[in-house]
Structures are given as C-alpha cells and as structure tokens.
Design a protein. Sequence first.
Lengths: 272, 317
Amino acid sequence: MTKVRAHLRRTPVGVAIVAGFFVLGLIGPWIAPYDPLAIDLLHEYESPSWTHLLGTGDNGIDILSALLHGARLAAIVGIVVVGVSVVLGTLLGTWAGYAGRFADHIITGVADLVQAFPAIVLNIAVLALVARPGLVHLIVALAVNGWVLYARLARAETLSLREREFVEAARALGVPTHEVLRRHVIPNLLGPLVIQATTGLGVVILAESTLSFLGLGPGKAVSWGALLDQGTSVLLRFPHVALFSGGAIALTVLGFNLTGDWLRDRLDPRLR
Amino acid sequence: MVRMMSPGLLRYLVGRLVRALLTVIGLVTIVFLLVRLIPGDPVEAILGDQAGPEEKAELRRALNLDRPVGEQYLSFLGDMADGSMGTSFRRPDRSVWSMMRDVLPYTIVLALAALLVAWFVAIPLGAIAAANAGRGWDKVASTLAVAGLAIPNIWLGPLLILAFGVKLGWLPLPGDDLGGPKALILPAITIGTALAAVLTRQTRAAMIEVLAQQYIIAARARGVPRVPLLLRHALRNALLPVMTIGAAQLGALLSGTVVTEKIFERQGLGTLFLDAFFSRDIPVVQGCVLVIAVIYVAVNLAVDLAYGVVDPRVRLS
C-alpha cells in the first residue's frame, strides 16, 4: 500500500490529468447523473448546487453530465485522428525518407503546401464542402493536415537511420526493402512518434473544441466546444457555463502538453 | 541598387522569390482541388437535399462544375490572376476580393496588435528569466509560459471579458464600441498570448546563449554595471531572432482572428469566412483560405529576404 502511494506521489501531474481524462472518456456517460440532452426549462442556467454539481446550462441541461459525455467525444476524436495521422504520416514519411528522389520531392512538396495553410482554416474549408458535417467528416477534416507532422518526423528519422550500420548491413545481406523497413527502420521511429503523438492528442482535442465552438462540430453530439459556445453567449449573466466547459478543455490540453514534455525527457536519450 | 548586390545575394533573392511564387501556385491548386476531391457533391452541400434537379443543374453551370476539369482549373486560375477571385454565390453583384477588401484592414490591425502584445510581454519576461536563470523569476516566467501555451484562446477570450469587462469594467464588452483602440486590447491579448509564451522561451534561450559569450564576460570584467550590460550588450543581440520568429507568426495570428472575431463580435476576415461557411458560399470560402495562406507565405518570404540581406550566412543554406 505504501509502495503504491509512493509510486502515485511520483506520478507527474500531467500523466494524472491524462489518465483521468481517458477514464472519464471511457466511463463518463455511465456515471453521468443526468441525460445531457434532457430539457428542464424550470431550472435553466442555475448556479452549482447539490442537485447539479456544476450547475445547469441552455434548456436546463446538467453541465457535469454534458462534460462527461463531451469527454468521450473528445477522446474518440483525439484517438482516431491521431491514430490515422500517425499511420498515414509514418508510411509516407518513411517512404519519402527511404526511397528519396521522386517520392521524396512529391511527399515533401505536398506536406509543405498543406503546412502553408493555418490548420484551423484548412479544417473549416474542408467541412464547408459537406452538406451536414458529422463525426466522420470532422475526423477527415482534422486528419487532412494531421499527418504532416508525423510524416516530417518519420522522414527525418528515416534519413538518418538509412545511413546507420545495422540498416546498411541488412541491405548488404540482401534483406528485401519492405523487410528492412518493417524490422529495422519503423521500430526505431516509435519513440519519437509516441512523444509527438502525445502532444498531438492535445492539439487535436483543442481543434475539435475550437471547431465545435465555431458551430462546425458534429450536430447532435455533446461537445465541450459547443458547450463553451453556449456559455460565451450568456457569459455576462451566467458565467459558470463558460468557466467549467472552458476549464475542462484547458486542463486536458495542459495535461497532454505536460505529459508530452515528461515523455520527451524520459524517452529521448539525446536529452539525458 | 542591383549593381551594389553581390551575385550570391541576387541569386538568393531570385531563388527565394521563385520558390514563393511556386508555393502560391501550389496553394491555388490545392484550394481548387479541394472542392473536387472531397467526397460528396458541393452542389448538394450548398442547396441542401430538397433542391430539384433543375436547380442543381443551374448551380452546377454557374459553378462551372459541368465543364471538363482542365477547363475549370484554367478559369479558376484566371479568376485568381485578374484579382477578382471569382464571384460570391450569395451576392452575385460582388467579387470575392471586393468583399474581402472591405474587412481585411480590421483583421490585419488585430493581428498586428496581437504581435505587439506578444513582443511586449515576451521580450521583458524572457530577458528577466534569463538574467535570473534557475532562480525565482525564471520559474515564474516558465510557469507563465506553460500556462500561456495551454490556455485555449476560445476560453481566454471569455475569461478576459469577465475579468476586465464585467468585474473591473475597465474595457468595453463585445459589441460596445467597435472602432476605438480600447476595444482592440482584449482581442489582441486573446490572440497574442500563445505566441507570447513561445517567444518568452525563445528570448530566454537566446539571452542565455548571448550571456555566455566572451564579450559579455569581458564587459562584466571591465565593470559595466548589470542593467546596461543586460540591456545594451546582451538583449540587443538576442533580439533579432526573436523579432523575426514573431513576425513569421503573423500568418498564424491571422487564423487566430477567426475565433477571436466571433468571441468579441468584431467584423473582419474571420467573420466573413465563417458567414461564408454557414451560407456555403464556396467562392468566398476559397478566397478567404487563399488570402490567409498567401499572406502567410508573403510574410515568411519578407522575413527570409530581410534575413538574407542582413546575415550573409543565411544565403548559403
């Protein structure tokens, strides 16, 4: 017991926040005290009380319940977008770095162009082309520029790995290219990619909140950003809605940033 | 002027200009392809499900979507090149550029104000942190930087309104008075905070590097007092990279205006962009995306060129 406590005491704050976020994302909708869409017009915009711990919002919805459901949406969007971006980026980046020449020029060129657009502006432009943006569209829009960071990272690491002795040795022994990539190159990319993906999760969750805040999120889902948007429109009279929903977003982003820094210190041997 | 330039500098400037031009052509192409590549029918997105086939065919004609892709691309390039950037769907009497021109100044002023906020916060804070590296003030500055990076602008805006608009009553609330410089303060802080956090770290790192140089140690040995040493000898040399990195972020600041203009109910490019989104005015959406991206490229080009002129080492890389 003391051992567990000692271990917990050494757990960084960021990791604790991230763990809490994922646990709530998983079980949040089951422990939520109310249906987050239940309308209760008699109790609209009430301050926090024992019946509604974080108060109520638009149409009398329970803020705590809405935040717990929103955690699941944020977690799903974050995991799927980062997952797709990491896989796509790693494949393209490794290809560009290993094959060089033509493939490299094309992939690097497209990555440069995508990065010339501010991320949120490109996301909005993609969503504008869909009649009724839903969860899938949101994920696609975020992945359109999500892959670039991972592709750059994978390319840079592959370029240096390609010249290392163990990769040259494998090539000299006649190991086929796909086998060299699978057994010798990609496993060595994982460390830096995991660090990048951790910070990336925070970035994607913030982007989802921002798009929902602007009113471009998936229509029916309960989202932190949409809640913050409602809160902002009644800010002067009922500030608690914006305070709690924005606080949830800020705390989660902070958690992922701190965890990313912590992982970098632990995993990146160059920093030791 | 040209005669004064060395061949190396001239080659650098021309090469950089050509690359920027190619980038812009690439951006135009991507914005064009976006409409054609995203699965789903833009005509349906604009009109909704209820529209009849005739209505759809008419819009398709108006959008040039009934013509071959090559022809569409050429006419799109033509619209970009003649400066009109096409015609708005919702307001067929207006060219896209004329609609943007009306609101662009508000947005550029806001982005510049945000850049000033970032510089004014980051440079003193980073310098103080570096001068006291490892001690109390350094920790305060780095904590502020972490907080500044983590706080989302969609939350910071409402918080600032609550604190300075509602509780203290020092600054106008959204929609109060739109013209005055006072109304610019809170939106500029909302956009500039994240950049201020980044620049604080960079100022600190640059200052620490400069403070370890021989000439600083020599100046200290000669008995130059602490404050002039920090300001005149160290900060001046640490400043150039920080200023240019900040300026290169102007494009990123422009995208922050989309959110901030909504929070503070200001007019500008961001508001035009969002309105165009909700009314599915695709040419205006395309125009806004392109203008923001081209400003971003142009600012980076200007920073690179200035750097190339000032620092000969840059031309070689």
